[in-house]
Design a protein around this ligand. Structure first.
Ligand SMILES: Cc1cc2nc3c(=O)[nH]c(=O)nc-3n(C[C@H](O)[C@H](O)[C@H](O)COP(=O)(O)OP(=O)(O)OC[C@H]3O[C@@H](n4cnc5c(N)ncnc54)[C@H](O)[C@@H]3O)c2cc1C
Length: 384
């Protein structure tokens, strides 16, 4: 067994780390305008990323990208999460970010939906959650009823990120409500300006993200916009969600590492009652726990990514990575905040931002309790 990262991935990790240290950390609290980077900041960072060869990293080579492996993507996400200069849920600065689902489209759909995203002409959002169907998509009420050559869609989606900027939605709908998430859901591509699609309101989240509620009222969509076959919605959604889980896990690792940098530096120089904080056992335990959990998480996430690259990944492994590392990211920020005292609560440092944003990842793309339940069922099966 060889636990070293391959040479080219180590070099990539090093390049992204330097990019973050030199270009992004100095811009923290200055880079954003509303929910996105300032246009001039985005243009400059994208140019620097291109110059460093960090462009379209995860896009398959046949589409002009670098075809980076999942292991490579994980180290990039890990390093990028060390900074708060970027929007917490994208878009990033390494080129267009089509969700993996779009690569599963048929050729005609790719022409209409994937290629414009790759050319930077269109943006998209993934819309699954509803007011009455979040953790349990089987409760979904948005229906698509086939009528000849089109579907008629009615329903409501909630908490959809980037809906305001999307040109089309990857919409999860019930094509057979009696089957729920066991073959009753499908994904349909819906133009955001189709008659009957209406953004009702935005919800501002603790992370600063805004996600939207969207009504679909007698929206007519050609049957050609169905992704795959009817009933494959959950399978299709998983192509994106598994990648999303590893991305969130890698993000937790990156945050934990930055928090270790900040917390150790502060604890060494801050003296109370005649001794530096680094001499206090209570502080040492917080640092040691964060370090241990980070080391364990990193080994597991890299292994999980390697398994994904080698088609050996099981669903419960991506759950373990996501649960461990999203909780790690939040706990690392929380401990770092505690060690910094009042300074940790200020916006002078990135800690409170990490603390707010990392909290959301314990809920989105699979609440940790739901994943633990599924994991427990798997464990009971393993030990019969
Ligand atoms: C910032 C942000 C961005 C988002 N972006 C998107 C997006 O782009 N597209 C999209 O489709 N959705 C998006 N969502 C929605 C997100 O995926 C849902 O919030 C999430 O799936 C949970 O659904 P819910 O909020 O309806 O919670 P509920 O389903 O009401 O669950 C509430 C809580 O109950 C507990 N729970 C539920 N079921 C169980 C169980 N079986 N066992 C134990 N505990 C359980 C969990 O603690 C859970 O957090 C976003 C949410 C946020 C906060």
């Amino acid at each position: 067994m060889d636990f070293e990262l391959p040479e080219e991935i180590r070099a990539l990790k090093d390049t992204v780390r330097k990019f973050v240290d030199r270009e992004l950390i100095p811009l923290e609290r200055k880079s954003m305008e509303g929910l996105d980077l300032k246009p001039e900041v985005r243009a400059s960072l994208e140019q620097k990323a291109r110059d460093l060869g960090l462009w379209m990293l995860d896009i398959p080579e046949e589409y002009g990208g670098m075809g980076l492996s999942m292991l490579g993507q994980v180290v990039v996400w890990e390093e990028m999460a060390r900074t708060i200069a970027m929007p917490p849920r994208g878009p990033g600065v390494f080129g267009p970010e089509p969700m993996p689902l779009l690569f599963t489209l048929n050729d005609e759909q790719k022409q209409r939906f994937l290629l414009p995203v790759l050319r930077g002409e269109k943006r998209t959002a993934f819309a699954q959650t509803e007011p009455d169907a979040g953790a349990d998509p089987g409760m979904m009420r948005t229906t698509a009823v086939r009528q000849g050559d089109h579907y008629l869609i009615n329903g409501m989606k909630r908490f959809i990120t980037h809906a305001d900027k999307a040109d089309f939605f990857q919409l999860v709908v019930a094509t057979d409500r009696s089957k729920g998430s066991r073959g009753g859901l499908s994904v349909i591509l819906v133009d955001a300006d189709a008659p009957g699609v209406k953004i009702l309101r935005g919800f501002e989240k603790v992370s600063g993200d805004v996600s939207y509620q969207i009504a679909f009222d007698d929206v007519k969509v050609p049957v050609e916009n169905l992704v795959g076959k009817e009933g494959e919605g959950m399978k299709n959604a998983q192509t994106w969600i598994t990648t999303g889980r590893l991305r969130q896990a890698a993000g937790g690792l990156g945050v934990a590492q930055r928090c270790l940098e900040l917390a150790t530096a502060y604890a060494k120089q801050r003296v109370t009652f005649g001794a530096p904080l680094s001499d206090r056992q209570a502080v040492q335990f917080m640092i040691a726990n964060t370090f241990m959990e980070t080391q364990l998480g990193q080994t597991y996430v890299y292994q999980t990514a390697w398994k994904a690259d080698n088609k050996k990944l099981s669903r419960h492994e991506s759950f373990i990575a996501k649960i461990h590392c999203t909780e790690l990211g939040f706990h690392a920020a929380d401990r770092c905040m505690q060690i910094h005292g009042g300074t940790g609560l200020t916006t002078d440092l990135p800690i409170e931002h990490f603390w707010r944003t990392r909290r959301t990842f314990m809920i989105t793309e699979g609440a940790v309790e739901v994943m633990r339940s599924v994991l427990a069922r798997e464990v009971f099966r393993m030990y019969t």
